[in-house]
Design a protein around this ligand. Structure first.
Ligand SMILES: Cc1ncc(COP(=O)(O)O)c(C=O)c1O
Length: 353
């Protein structure tokens, strides 16, 4: 079965073998060395200096929520949203009892840069939060433009890079980034269960704004700096993550992976549009490399399409919220070769033709 949902992704045999490796205690030196290796490799993906990788046991949501412990308890944040995941960051701030305002754009639009500029000019916001690749639609948000605005107003950015880290360009300094959150099991091609935050060293030395014991980023960072972890990390998943990061480097790094995704997505878009499944977003270049959202052709249901493709060995993804039943999504992360794409094209022709 090939997973074309936006994570977890189909893993290579190399990463799968690492999952079945020997048992290890998370308090032993060999696990400390493994965590150090993962953190070194994470630093190397974009080579950003002055940022510390912090590993967490949990899905991407855990990393995003832990990242928000960098927001002080008495500050006000601006959330710039255009989909499920941006709106979820606002929900997290609400759950943490932290003041925030939201600049929300329709889900099929880009983030509202003018409104963000006007809001940040007020000087009342301590952080600006947004999503890099909004998986709800597949749009790659213009974080470069928002980052330039944030920089102009001297406001640091917290970025949900859960479905873009290792698959898209990220410019730490130019985008006013204070931290980003991501996960092992999307563009890095590891197994689900470990996520991480890359946070500026200066941010980690401020008093923590944590409102939870587990998701206190500074506590994880402090323990990991001493070669320890506060809680039990999923040991086998961590080893698979290390292997996936090694594989990413062996394959030429994030740029090579991005280029591969671009060419896979181009192929998928050509086949689907030929079969009357039009793009949800108005322009082809609004999409990132990893995922495309399509409107279901009239007379076709998501359930029937999903079942037909699953029968042929592919799992696709439904629309979320207001898009449920109206669209389908195809992601191209993970172990997916040209023969798989040929088979997918045939399967799509069978289901939609
Ligand atoms: C942009 C983005 N943020 C956050 C998440 C949440 O990640 P998880 O489901 O691993 O908690 C996802 C999941 O797809 C995502 O795409």
């Amino acid at each position: 079965m090939k997973l074309l949902n936006p994570g977890p992704v189909s893993m290579t045999e190399r990463v799968r073998r690492a999952l079945a490796s020997e048992d290890v205690c998370h308090r032993e030196p060999e696990f400390r060395d493994l965590v150090a290796s993962v953190r070194r490799r994470l630093e190397g993906v974009y080579g950003a200096s002055g940022f510390t990788p912090v590993l967490l046991g949990g899905s991407g949501t855990a990393a995003v929520e832990a990242m928000l412990s960098l927001v002080g308890k008495s500050e006000t944040s601006l959330v710039v949203a255009n989909g499920v995941y941006g709106e979820r960051m606002a929900a997290m701030l609400k759950a943490q009892g932290k003041a925030h305002e939201i600049v929300a754009a329709p889900w099929t639009s880009g983030i509202d840069l003018d409104a963000a500029d006007r809001a940040l000019a007020s000087g009342k916001f301590g952080h600006v939060l947004t999503v890099h690749h909004e998986t709800t639609t597949g749009r790659l948000n213009d974080v470069a433009a928002l980052g330039a605005i944030a920089k102009k107003h001297g406001v640091p950015m917290l970025l949900d890079a859960v479905s873009s880290f290792a698959g898209e360009e990220i410019r730490f300094a130019e985008w006013s980034l204070e931290a980003l959150a991501a996960t092992a099991n999307k563009c890095v091609h590891g197994a689900p269960g470990v996520s991480f935050v890359l946070a500026a060293n200066a941010a980690l030395s401020r008093p923590s704004g944590a409102t939870s014991v587990y998701l206190d980023l500074s506590r994880h960072a402090a323990d990991q700096a001493k070669g320890s972890t506060p809680f039990t990390l999923p040991t086998h998943v961590t080893r698979a993550f290390d292997e996936a990061l090694a594989e990413l480097a062996d394959e030429g790094g994030w740029k090579k992976r991005h280029d591969a995704y671009v060419s896979r997505s181009r192929r998928v878009r050509a086949v689907c549009t030929e079969l009357s499944a039009s793009l949800l977003l108005d322009r082809d270049d609004a999409y990132g490399a990893t995922l495309t959202s399509f409107r279901l052709p009239s007379g076709k249901t998501y359930e029937a399409l999903h079942a037909a493709l699953k029968h042929d060995g592919f799992v696709i993804y439904a629309g979320q919220g207001k898009f449920d039943g109206a669209i389908f999504r195809i992601a191209v992360m993970g172990d997916l070769g040209a023969p798989d794409l040929d088979r997918l094209a045939e399967a799509l022709r069978g289901a939609l033709g």
